[in-house]
Ligand binder design. Structure first.
Ligand code: SF4
Ligand code: SF4
Length: 475
């Protein structure tokens, strides 16, 4: 093809190369499937979505049980209140999650992708809605090809309306983790949202609509970073979903009553069901492919075919590369090879991380104290003695009211005075910042710098106590 001016080819070599890199998406109308792995997938859909949609409705001590209050920078998780000072727990949680994912991937490949990833879960829900409204994969393919009509408009409109309603509810639920549900309902009734709430309801909702309704397998194939690096966690003993080429080939159609050995055929009847049920549209018979999200729909589909043909199930199955190559007896040795030294090491590290997280949470002190010496005034000589000034910041991250005493030691006869009434009473999740004067007898505090300690103690809870070190400057 040329332009009309200079007979220069409009498509350059560069654009040809770009064409090779860019694959035009073929719309996939996935055939629904039932079976043991479909049941597991739906079980995970129910569990994850009951937690996600249900959690904001739970209350604890009169507030949302789980609330990430960004304005006050406090995270509430049932009886625990986390402050910015508790970042260590978030770091530990991220380490446990990341390591848990590595551990799981090394054992069983893309189980997360196939069963629990939000992209998989919402795609599963959206496909269910699609099937309920537009019919099965054959009906949907016909609808795709059908000319515009009132029926097509009705079905397509109904599907998108249902998808949008679910997406917006998902966005609303997401924001309810940051703004209490009751407040969010009031704001919705008056259409008077906080600065970021409306943006996030629509952004999260439309992202769900776009990802689960339109992009679907494109997200897994081209956008997901986890899909890119997980192969480094695989080895030849990682569980993968694989087609048994040795048993299946040569493939070919035949009558149910025919003996495949007589026909010189393997177990694959070339029915294509495994391709039709695949949400990424690949043919597992071509071998392990990066597009495979490990959903096991092809196992369910093929097992049904094997059952109908009276062949043993498992032509497509969970196995390992070593097992497929007969490095060991698959029936007897699969489990022992999955539990290999690498996995035992990963398990030990993960167990240490989990124990560290639980241990630090169990001994977590809900009292936080900061002591800052007033650097503008080094030392004052008063009628009572030598005086240094400090700012004390007490944070009561507990769920109960406490009264806190403040004491100081480090120099003989050292005393503490404050305009703030001590002991100081503090409500749950509150902060108090106040000044104290520390007074020392000049006879005891010779010129120099002394290490002193402030002790803050909850009067009703002996375990809620903190000792903070500071310095006292004497002349
Ligand atoms: S579903 Fe099983 S029998 Fe049918 S084409 Fe796929 S592998 Fe072959
Ligand atoms: S090949 Fe099988 S396991 Fe992989 S994505 Fe397709 S259906 Fe799921």
């Amino acid at each position: 093809m040329t332009n009309s001016f200079k007979n220069i080819p409009i498509k350059s070599e560069a654009s040809d190369a770009a064409d090779e890199l860019y694959e035009v998406r073929k719309k996939i109308q996935v055939r629904s499937v039932t079976g043991i792995f479909a049941t597991y997938r739906w079980l995970l859909v129910w569990i994850t979505q009951l937690v996600f949609y249900g959690m904001p409705w739970l209350t604890w001590n009169g507030r949302s049980a789980v609330l990430f209050d960004l304005t006050t920078r406090k995270f509430y998780i049932f009886g625990l209140i986390f402050w910015p000072q508790d970042l260590i727990y978030l770091a530990l949680l991220l380490m446990v999650s990341a390591f848990g994912l590595f551990w799981w991937t090394a054992i069983a490949g893309r189980l997360w992708c196939g069963y629990a990833c939000p992209q998989t879960v919402y795609t599963e829900i959206f496909m269910w809605i699609e099937e309920k409204i537009e019919g099965n994969h054959v009906a949907r393919q016909k609808l795709d090809k059908a000319p515009f009509s009132a029926r097509k408009l009705w079905l397509r409109g109904g599907k998108h309306a249902a998808w949008l309603a679910l997406s917006l509810w998902t966005g609303f639920t997401f924001v309810a983790y940051f703004t209490p549900l009751a407040t969010l309902f009031q704001e919705t009734a008056s259409w008077n949202f906080g600065p970021w709430e409306m943006f996030w309801i629509f952004f999260y909702g439309l992202a769900t609509y776009g990802n689960a309704g339109f992009l679907r397998e494109q997200v897994c194939k081209y956008m997901c970073p986890y899909a890119r690096f997980q192969s480094v966690m695989f080895d030849r003993d990682t569980l993968i979903i694989s087609y048994d080429t040795e048993r299946g080939e040569p493939r070919g159609s035949r009558k149910k009553s025919a003996d495949p050995a007589e026909l010189g055929l393997g177990s694959c009847i070339d029915c294509g069901i495994c391709v039709q049920v695949c949400p990424t549209g690949i043919d597992i018979r071509k071998g392990l492919q990066y597009e495979c999200i490990g959903c096991a729909a092809c196992i369910d589909g093929c097992d049904q075919v094997m059952e109908k043909m009276n062949y043993p199930k498992g032509l497509i199955r969970y196995t390992t590369e070593n097992a497929l190559e007969h490095a060991y007896d698959e029936k007897k040795g699969l489990m022992s090879h999955i539990l290999r030294p690498r996995i035992i090491l990963y398990t030990a590290i993960l167990a240490i991380l989990v124990a560290a997280m639980i241990g630090t949470l169990a001994v977590r002190n809900p009292l936080k104290v900061d002591v800052l010496r007033d650097r503008n005034t080094l030392v004052r000589e008063t009628a009572y003695g030598l005086e240094n000034v400090y700012t004390i910041n007490i944070i009561n991250t507990d769920e109960a009211v406490h009264s806190f005493s403040v004491d100081v030691d480090g120099i003989n006869g050292i005393k503490l005075a404050s305009d703030t009434k001590l002991p100081i009473q503090m409500t749950p999740g509150s902060t108090q910042k106040f000044s104290v004067r520390v007074i020392a007898d000049p006879a005891e505090a010779k010129p120099g710098t002394y290490e002193i300690h402030f002790k803050v103690q909850a009067l009703d809870t002996p375990a809620m106590s903190r000792v903070e070190e500071s310095s006292f400057i004497s002349r």
